[in-house]
Structure formats: structure tokens, C-alpha cells
Write a protein that binds this ligand. Sequence first.
Ligand code: ADP
Ligand code: X2W
Length: 285
Amino acid sequence: MQGSVVVVKFGGHAMVDADLQRAFARDVVELWQAGLRPVVVHGGGPQINAMLDRLGLETRFAAGLRVTTPETMEVVRMVLTGRVQRDLVGHINAHGPFAVGMTGEDAHTMTAVRRAAWVDDRPVDIGLVGDIVKVNPGTVRALLDQGHIPVVSPVARGEDGQIYNVNADLAASALAVALDAERLVMLTDVEGLYANWPHSTEVIERLSADALDELLPGLASGMLPKMEGCLRAVRGGVRKAHVLDGRVPHAVLRGVLGETSPGTTVVPEADADHDGSPAHDECAV
Ligand SMILES: Nc1ncnc2c1ncn2[C@@H]1O[C@H](COP(=O)(O)OP(=O)(O)O)[C@@H](O)[C@H]1O
Ligand SMILES: CC(=O)N[C@@H](CCC(=O)OP(=O)(O)O)C(=O)O
């Protein structure tokens, strides 16, 4: 694992108080001190909702993605890059001169196209939501090579210069693939992917990419982009993707450095895990 890139997505629901943000920052620095090369991609959905509310603007989601008007986009960019990213950079830099904040716009790191969404088999216009089609990881790599911890906001640029709102799970996934990361870790506010949610909270511990592919159409709300991100990551060459409960102290350290990871682990093939336990091939959600 020494020298491996680990992309950690810190979800808006996992960062609801400053103590959790501070604990997360300490964990990320400990990963760096353990010889790994962490990259943080942050979310901020609840924080954007709160700002929209203060401004008297509507919050709407379709297929787990924010319906983004030009007015909403201004707020998304302001909250993600002006507030959430700055707070995280500050918490990490309390431990030393590690973190450098950036967005997918910087140096054309992430290029997006307008994304279509489907609800009940019908196309829905979700506005300025982007799907990443190209990642240029050079700037992130340069920061890693200089010993920094990049903190990336999920905002991307289109070829035409339009700025797009990208779901943070999918941004983290695309960056993990481009960086040839060893791990993708998604921190959220549930213990992992629940089977048969909302009727049960039984966590699916391990899944192969094929099994996850079958489950995807049945997934709801925030879990949909998260699991789509895990799937794209392992199919793109990332060795493992984890969904962990970010409210649990040291979840990142346990997830990456522990013998067994809590939460849900997605692996490329049913037998791709090297700890001897096969991944589930079938699981109802
Ligand atoms: N099968 C499922 N298992 C677990 N959580 C689920 C599932 N389906 C939907 N969810 C919801 O997804 C939420 C996590 O996604 P989201 O709210 O987008 O979090 P984040 O801000 O961390 O990205 C959970 O809090 C839960 O309400
Ligand atoms: C297109 C889209 O939905 N973008 C997200 C970006 C932030 C995000 O993904 O935050 P979480 O990880 O906290 O959910 C949004 O506007 O909420």
C-alpha cells in the first residue's frame, strides 16, 4: 500500500458538525503519515440546501441529482468551493502545511457534459448537471508529488466553458480511476449499503461489480450515485471501493488500514478480494 493513492469522498451528511470534520482531517493526515497519498473529494448537499433555503430558493432532486438552474449553480459553486472546501482545508492544515484546495475547473482537471436523468423511464431535465467525460490528473498528481493533500470540489467545466454541478460521488470515482487509485472510500451517514432499504438496515458487506450492476436500477436517492461511482471505479481499475459510516470515529483509518473494512466493499470480480472471502454475487436490495 505504501505510496498508493487513496481517494476519499467526504459526504455532506458525514460532515454535519465541526468535530466530525476535525476527526476526518486528522484521519486523512494519518493516512499521509502512514505513507499513503490521500486525495479528498468533498460533497456538501445539505449545506447547499441550507443556503438555498436562506436565499428563498427551491431544492429539487431527480434520480439522486440536484436539479440545477443557473441561479442554483451560483449557490452550489459558492457553498462548495467558498465554504465547505475552505473549512476542510483549514481543518487539515491545522496539522501542518498539507492541504491545497481546488475544483475540477482548475487546469481543466475535470471536463463534463450535460447529464441526462431518467425517472420512471422518462427523461427529466435536471439543468446544469455534469457527467465527467475527461479527467486530466496532472495537477492533482503534481500536488501529491509535492507532498500535499489535494481537496477537490465537484465542479467541472464543459468544453464550451459552461460550469457544471457534478455529484461528488461520481467526481470522486472519476478522479480515482484517472489517478489509478488503490482505493476509493465514500464516507456517508449510514453504515453501508443496506439490503432491502428502507425496510431493513442489514449491511451488504461485500459485492462484486456484476452483482452491483444488477442492483443499481433498484437503488434509491443518495445511494444511487454513490454505488454507481463505486461500480465505475472498480470497473475502471480501482482495486476496491468502500462505503463507510463517516459518523464513526476513525472510519477512514479502519476502512483503509484495518484488516477488515466496516461497511460495504465493492470489488471488481466475485473472487477478486485477496482476504479469502468471496464477494456476494446475489443480494436483494
Ligand atoms: N440501500 C440503501 N442503503 C443505505 N442508505 C440508503 C439506501 N438507499 C437510499 N439510502 C439513503 O442514502 C443516504 C446517503 O446518501 P446521501 O444522502 O447522498 O449522502 P452523502 O451526503 O453522504 O453523499 C442515506 O442517508 C439513506 O437515507
Ligand atoms: C448534481 C448534484 O447532485 N450535485 C451535488 C454536489 C454536492 C454533493 O454531491 O454532495 P453530497 O456528497 O453531500 O451529496 C449537489 O448539488 O448536492
